[in-house]
Design a protein around this ligand. Structure first.
Ligand SMILES: [Zn+2]
Length: 470
């Protein structure tokens, strides 16, 4: 019998805590390519230097090099479309027809207490971190108490968050419109430079705002250089409703209001005409491609490959479906393969790197955070993951970029860091009690869901089996 090979020496949380860290992983993911022999210096929350191990060892003789054998250091991934306050209902939407916001999300969010909103957002932030996301874009809570609750939750969980304030004016009085505009301006000035919170404004769908409000909010975002988050052309029902109410499709409503520009972070865009795609490109707008949301509740899949070829900026989003970045990039590739590649014999479909890029640097660009995160590069925030590559799934390895899309899983994540701070070690927070949070969620969630006037169409698995349904 062969002697057992010993695994690499175990690492400990203390290896990733300190004033300055000079890490030497076996591989570093730089622009979607795994490079061997690099070291990364992390100091004061940012990547200070990235270069050959020997060069950095000589440049920083006072720092000990921390070798990380069989590990990959990669950028933390970006979820460009989330609803952090919807966690209680995440498993209520399965099998439901498309417009679940009317029957589940609006009733639920309007019946959550401030504590529920906080618990829900913190649980979502934890799931996102465990799944490899270090940044989430929240599209805006419908609850008035939601913003403060999300702020507290994401600060404590330690995830980076682009947080939208909702600015609707359908049916509002003139005084209410002025108040909404004032609150929008205040929100944009709310977070200090260097904060892990980043301001944004949002309008859930174009029909709930006047042309004047759409124009005002988009220009406020443009001037501030932040994301304007809107759900666009997601479902057939929403397109039809917009046509009936305004005579225009949702994207055309934005165009008419002169609210279509580089600030736009358009969620979904699953049903776009050729002229709408050209408008998005010409405006320099970004799209959040949400393949799991399409699969679970959609009418269609966004033509992300075509959008990318046209030059439309793209990130990936979960829409709150599940906070797992590796399953999201896998779904992103698979959905394009099934809807765009298969019929035309395109076996590459962007290869692995396209979807990794969308989940990292592309997502950062879509979220207006290119100068903050998305890559392992000097000057950017130290938002990163350490993956254990010593696993059967990646043995033998030929093309790490593609393997991360098809074979990797969140189980491989040993360490999650945001802004140079260790947040998770082997899937669990290092400085707060996740199990206590989960216990409180279990205590609260059932009562909150039962109190809300939620209408579900689809039975649970148990109900369906009992009724003999397929
Ligand atoms: Zn959404």
């Amino acid at each position: 019998m062969q002697p057992l090979l010993t695994p690499p020496a175990p690492l400990a949380p203390a290896d990733f805590q300190g004033e300055a860290l000079l890490l030497a992983p076996e591989w570093t993911l730089v622009d979607e390519v795994a490079q061997a022999g690099l070291a990364v210096l992390i100091r004061r929350g940012v990547f200070e230097a990235v270069g050959p191990v020997e060069a950095l060892r000589q440049q920083y003789p006072d720092l000990a090099v921390q070798p990380l054998p069989r590990r990959l250091l990669m950028p933390g991934l970006i979820d460009t479309h989330h609803h952090l306050t919807q966690s209680y209902g995440k498993a209520l939407a399965f099998g439901e027809p498309s417009e679940i916001f009317k029957r589940i999300w609006v009733p639920l969010e309007q019946h959550l207490t401030e504590e529920d909103l906080y618990l829900s957002a913190k649980l979502a932030a934890l799931e996102s971190l465990r799944g490899g996301f270090t940044t989430v874009c929240d599209a805006g809570t419908r609850s008035s108490a939601g913003l403060a609750a999300i702020e507290a939750a994401v600060q404590e969980a330690g995830i980076r968050c682009v947080l939208a304030r909702i600015c609707h004016d359908l049916g509002a009085t003139e005084a209410q419109v002025r108040e909404t505009e004032a609150q929008a301006e205040q929100h944009l000035a709310r977070y200090a430079a260097g904060s892990r919170l980043h301001a944004s404004l949002g309008i859930a769908i174009p029909e709930v705002a006047s042309d004047a409000m759409l124009h005002r909010v988009s220009h406020l975002c443009r001037e501030a250089g932040v994301a304007f988050q809107v759900h666009i052309n997601e479902h057939l029902a929403s397109i039809e409703r917009s046509l009936v109410a305004r005579g225009l499709r949702p994207l055309e409503v934005l165009h008419q209001a002169q609210a279509l520009g580089p600030e736009l972070l358009a969620a979904h865009v699953t049903m776009a005409t050729p002229s709408e795609l050209m408008r998005l490109r010409d405006a320099g707008a970004a799209v959040s491609y949400n393949p799991v949301a399409s699969s679970w509740k959609g009418n269609a899949v966004a033509p992300a490959q075509l959008m990318r070829q046209l030059g439309i900026r793209l990130g990936l989003g979960t829409d709150g479906t599940r906070g797992d970045a590796f399953r999201l990039v896998d779904a992103a590739e698979t959905a394009q393969r099934l809807t765009q590649g298969m019929d035309v014999g395109d076996f590459s479909v962007g290869a692995g790197w396209t979807w990794l890029h969308m989940a990292s640097a592309g997502g950062a660009d879509a979220a207006h955070l290119s100068r903050v995160t998305g890559r392992i590069a000097p000057g950017l925030a130290a938002d990163c993951l350490l993956l254990d590559m010593d696993v059967p799934e990646l043995c033998p390895s030929w093309d790490t970029g593609w393997e991360l899309v098809r074979l990797a899983s969140s189980r491989m994540i040993e360490m999650v860091m945001v802004g140079g701070e260790l947040r998770l070690w082997q899937g669990w927070p290092v400085d707060w009690d996740a199990r206590a949070l989960m216990q409180r969620v279990r205590e609260r969630a059932r009562a909150a869901v039962e109190a809300a006037p939620i209408v579900r169409i689809h039975p649970t698995s148990g109900e369906a089996r009992a009724a003999g349904r397929g």
